[in-house]
Design a protein around this ligand. Structure first.
Ligand code: NDP
Length: 448
């Protein structure tokens, strides 16, 4: 509950202006609550309408995307790009292709991206985009035609020094390739306008693994610093089986944890011997098959329909890596009852607000997504640097930088929380640390 009159008014106006956008309002409220003590000490924020400006995108475009399927039937989807905040650098954030995409989801993701990008310490502002197009069940040719139609409109709004999109749910290497090809054709420029590109045409080594690995570097540092412990021997559950989940599971295994359950949007598998990641990567990344296929290839594993049941699997560390609001209060209570030691958010805002508050009230480590999953965008920014220099770095070099960035993101959040008198509350810490840098840049740049 907000106590500060100014912030109450900011939130009331946000509710009126963004009616019917629950995800966006959820993200805004969490940030305003975290920043309350800081805002009270800094009257210049109110004088300059910093909070009002922070929650209003600098620009948002929505456009029609018309494409043709393999049978010659035309289809219409809606495309978006939210350019939320460019105080500390060009807009940067992924593109999501999923039927659930709407203005609220675009704005919550773009808003969160401002803070995440600030925590990377790299010069990138916040943005996000996407479409309600569903790549599931489409042929490669159909996906290509959709991407070409989408980029034919988007290209006029982006650029390597203006706005640099990347992947997100439903947008992986294949989609980025088609999007980049179309951009190059229309703009007649080969540049770093997209990240997550293939290695042969300007992609960064280590980008594919970066979000998942980064989550584990953050978790590892959190265990060391806050529990004087490591992930060695911990039982882990990872929801999702997309880009983030697969590489989070891979690094968790490398760090000595045993991942015993993973999911997709239809159900989850439990493998008490530890998920066989070669099989899982082959199924989900290469064959784009359902996760239920896993049990046909790995004896002793079991499949359960429905995804939320995954939170009833007993574990020490849970990594929700699928989508927003996938973990509810009851799931949080079940996890804690089963002995959970840490919850590390891999997806963006995967826990509902009451689930987050419950975790924070328990003796459980809680890593918020805007800090823990910043590794993907961090390596995207490293890809931008390599493109700008017409250079490429080795996997080891990129990974070492990623690790340093994630350790720093943890300490920024941890130290800021302590300075606010909220030791151990990384939600408050991440929001405050990220906000200080963005708000100082906004103040320095005058009213705009
Ligand atoms: P992908 O499209 O690669 O994978 C998403 C996965 O989540 C799929 O396995 C999908 O299943 C599953 N899924 C979707 N909805 C549900 C659900 N309700 N319950 C369980 N599983 C579900 O996306 P990413 O891995 O790229 O993204 C995952 C999350 O991480 C998102 O929140 C994204 O915003 C965030 N993120 C991604 C980054 C990146 O670099 N890719 C960077 C930072 C954050 P199915 O296969 O059935 O569709």
């Amino acid at each position: 509950m907000l106590q500060n009159k100014y912030l109450q008014e900011v939130y009331r106006t946000a509710e009126a202006r963004n009616a019917g956008q629950p995800e966006f309002l959820q993200a805004v409220l969490e940030v305003l609550e975290s920043l309350e003590p800081y805002v009270e000490k800094h009257p210049e924020l109110q004088e300059n309408c910093i909070m009002e400006r922070l929650i209003e995108p600098e620009r948002m475009v929505s456009f029609r995307v018309v494409w043709e399927d393999d049978k010659g039937q035309a289809h219409v989807n809606r495309g978006f790009r939210v350019q939320f905040n460019s105080a500390i650098g060009p807009y940067k954030g992924g593109l999501r292709f999923h039927p659930s995409v709407n203005e609220s989801i675009m704005k919550f993701l773009g808003f969160e991206q401002i803070f995440k990008n600030s925590l990377t310490t790299l010069p990138i502002g916040g943005g996000k985009g996407g479409s309600d197009f569903d790549p599931h069940g489409k042929t490669d040719k159909e996906v290509m035609r959709f991407c070409q139609a989408f980029m034919t409109e988007l290209y006029r709004h982006i650029g390597p020094e203006t706005d640099v999109p990347a992947g997100d749910i439903g947008v992986g290497a294949r989609e980025i390739g088609y999007l980049f090809g179309q951009y190059k054709r229309i703009a007649n420029e080969f540049n770093g306008v997209l990240t997550g590109k293939g290695i042969p045409y300007g992609g960064s080594l280590g980008r594919k693994e970066a979000t998942g690995y980064g989550i584990l570097y953050f978790a590892d540092e959190m265990f060391r610093c806050m529990k004087n412990d490591t992930l060695q021997g911990k039982i882990a559950v990872v929801s999702g089986s997309g880009n983030v989940a697969l590489y989070a599971a891979e690094k968790a295994t490398e760090l000595g944890a045993k991942v015993i359950a993973m999911s997709d949007s239809q159900g989850y598998v439990v493998d008490e011997n530890g998920i066989n990641l070669d099989v899982m990567i082959q199924l989900k990344e290469v064959e784009r098959a359902r996760i239920s296929e896993y049990v046909k290839r790995v004896p002793g594993s079991r499949y359960v329909e429905g995804c939320r049941g995954i939170w009833s699997v007993k574990c020490d560390v849970a990594f929700p890596c699928a989508t927003q609001n996938e973990l509810h209060l009851e799931d949080a209570q079940t996890l804690v009852k089963n002995g959970l030691q840490a919850l590390v958010e891999g997806a963006n805002m995967p826990c509902t607000a009451d689930a987050v508050n419950y975790f924070l009230s328990q003796p459980v480590l809680f890593a918020p997504s805007k800090a823990a999953n910043a590794g993907g965008v961090a390596v995207s920014a490293l890809e931008m640097s390599q493109n700008a220099m017409h250079d490429s770095w080795t996997t080891e070099e990129v990974d070492a930088r990623l690790k340093k960035i994630m350790v720093s993101a943890f300490h920024q959040a941890y130290d800021a929380a302590r300075e606010c008198g909220k030791e151990g509350n990384l939600v408050v810490g991440a929001n405050v640390a990220a906000f200080i840098k963005v708000s100082q840049a906004m103040l320095a740049q005058g009213l705009n």
